[in-house]
Design a binder for this molecule. Structure first.
Ligand code: SF4
Length: 162
């Protein structure tokens, strides 16, 4: 979920990262306000693996989700962490199923952007009540997923040492 657009929209490069080296490794970098970043889902994420693992950016090296940190500290067991991951993935599947019903089929965008795209499209609820019901359901499931990701997975990686 760290690489496929579920947890994050982008990965910012840090001063220690070489944009040139990462581009040579096959990453398509974007930049805004003089900062380079990788759009998620990451193009290096293939077959559930990072295909540039040895070259991956600083933030990817440093990021540990709350489940992993909880396990390291002995606050939760591996089985509990796996159960939480399973719960999150189940909710992601529910969201993706609702995306398909809403006609959104572009997997090359972060999950939240796909949701925003659906919600931006105007509907006439009086002529299309099913679409209104679908959006209400999608909003509910998406909010539950976002709360779960925020509470149990997301955190900022520590800043780079220059
Ligand atoms: S570079 Fe590798 S670790 Fe970083 S987001 Fe992409 S696939 Fe994940």
């Amino acid at each position: 979920m760290c690489c496929n657009g579920v947890l994050f929209e982008i990965v910012l490069l840090e001063p220690n990262d070489s944009a040139k080296r990462l581009a040579a490794a096959g990453l398509k970098l974007k930049h805004k306000k003089r900062k380079h970043y990788i759009q998620q889902p990451c193009p290096a994420y293939k077959g559930a693996q990072c295909c540039i693992y040895d070259e991956r950016p600083e933030r990817c090296r440093k990021f540990e989700c709350r489940q992993l940190i909880g396990m390291r500290k002995g606050e939760i067991t591996e089985a509990q962490a796996l159960e939480k991951i399973h719960e999150a993935l189940t909710r992601v599947s529910q969201v993706e199923q609702l995306f398909r019903l809403a006609g959104e089929s572009n997997p090359n965008r972060p999950l939240i952007k796909r949701y925003d795209k659906i919600m931006e499209q105007p509907i006439d609820a009086s002529h299309d009540p099913q679409a209104a019901v679908l959006r209400a359901e999608l909003t509910r499931v998406m909010q539950e997923l976002e709360e779960l990701l925020k509470r149990d997975f997301r955190r900022e990686p520590p800043p780079a040492t220059a």
